[in-house]
Design a protein around this ligand. Structure first.
Ligand code: PLP
Length: 381
């Protein structure tokens, strides 16, 4: 029997999810199959190590499952090798850091306030407190200034350059980042948690063959379980990356979640997933256009992916106030900093909007246009 307190909270969360509009750019709705696997008997099994090389007995069947996940991940992303064990995107990034670097090494990533992720060298995260981190930002238009990144890299001579962000709606020039990393012989990590072309209808360029290592989450556009993934092509990296995940930074893998990942890769390999990803692009463009036509500034002027950030500095409320008003109307979003932010992280002057979750629910451009019109009205009251 489920503890009644937990059951009631779960039921209420179900009601919340079913009765609100979900626009948080990093969230999505998994399939019933993914959820069934994540709640399956596989949660009972310990399987430290890799398929065929486990520290426990009884792993023949979970080896099969992990091998399927590995096979699908490499097909889907066109990389030769993968590790499907990271418990989260941040864990995947930490494993890359600890595989190749030590605290005397410098890493360069996008700063948090400009749309980077905590695990890209933010001081409050191990990536920025244990390693020497240098951050690049975006210009006033919200675009990456590649010349400034190149200069920072030349000045600080990092061992690692990270390309990727949590809130940047433009196409990241992987080729340019490769050139910049090569200028000092640094490794290039592409964190495509938000930007894999599989999630964006093939329109977004692949970091292959530019990045040495790619990390991603599996729960955003991929619609899988919460988790991380690492991909690479150079066989010489395999030992370091695999042992950096286990035993370096994690214990036993979550075999139920790995089964859920295998299922989400399988789903993403189906032709329908391409239609979903294409619809995401149409819906994001449609929504952004409504804001732009109403005179509301979108950071970087538009979107080339599934998300965009509304800049409310000209409006009468902060990002937090706008997010709270939308929540009161059944629309869930997250407040977000904007380039040149003057308000605190708790208040902010922006709002990040993503369309992946509601596109999963089958909504089309007309629905998103109506929704954005409503959101503009709420902003303008
Ligand atoms: N990398 C990027 C670019 C992200 O946006 C996120 C999360 O939003 C992560 C990594 C971390 O993922 P997780 O929350 O699974 O640790």
């Amino acid at each position: 029997m489920i503890d009644p307190r937990i059951e009631i909270a779960l039921l209420n969360e179900g009601i919340r999810q079913n009765s609100t509009i979900e626009l948080i750019a990093s969230e999505n709705y998994t399939s019933q199959a993914v959820m069934a696997l994540c709640g399956s008997i596989l949660t009972n099994k310990y399987a430290e190590g890799l398929p065929g090389k486990r520290y426990y007995n009884g792993c023949v069947k979970v080896d099969e499952i992990e091998n399927i996940a590995l096979e699908y991940a490499t097909w889907l992303f066109d990389y030769a090798y993968a590790n499907v064990q990271p418990h989260s995107g941040a864990n995947a990034n930490l494993a890359v850091f600890t595989a190749f670097f030590n605290p005397t090494n410098t890493v360069v990533g996008m700063d948090l306030a400009s749309g980077g992720h905590l695990s890209h060298g933010a001081k409050v995260n191990v990536s920025g407190s244990w390693f020497i981190s240098q951050n690049y930002g975006v210009n006033e238009q919200g675009l990456i200034d590649y010349d400034a990144v190149a200069q920072l890299v030349l000045d600080t001579r990092p061992k690692l350059v990270i390309a990727g962000a949590s809130a940047n709606s433009q196409i990241i020039d992987w080729d340019k980042f490769r050139e910049i990393a090569d200028s000092v012989g640094a490794l290039l990590l592409a964190d495509v948690a938000h930007y894999s072309r599989q999630k964006l209808g093939g329109e977004y360029p692949s970091p292959f063959p530019y990045a040495n290592v790619v990390t991603t989450t599996t729960h955003k556009g991929l619609r899988g379980p919460r988790g991380g993934l690492i991909l690479w092509n150079d066989q010489e990296f395999s030992k370091q990356l695999n042992s950096s995940v286990f035993p370096g930074t994690q214990g036993g893998p979550l075999m139920h979640i790995i089964a859920g990942k295998a299922q989400c890769f399988y789903e993403a390999l189906q032709p329908e997933f391409k239609d979903y990803a294409k619809q995401i692009r149409v819906n994001a463009d449609t929504m952004a256009k409504v804001f732009i036509d109403a005179g509301v500034y979108i950071v970087s002027g538009g979107t080339k992916c599934h998300m965009f950030t509304v800049d409310v500095r000209k409006e009468s409320m902060s990002g937090r106030e706008y997010a709270d008003r939308l929540e009161a109307q059944g629309i869930t979003v997250n407040k977000n900093g904007v380039p040149g932010e003057t308000r605190s992280f708790a208040e902010t002057s922006g709002l990040r909007i993503g369309v992946a979750a509601e596109t999963t629910r089958g909504h089309d451009a007309a629905w998103f246009e109506e929704l954005a019109t409503r959101m503009v009205q709420i902003l303008k009251v």
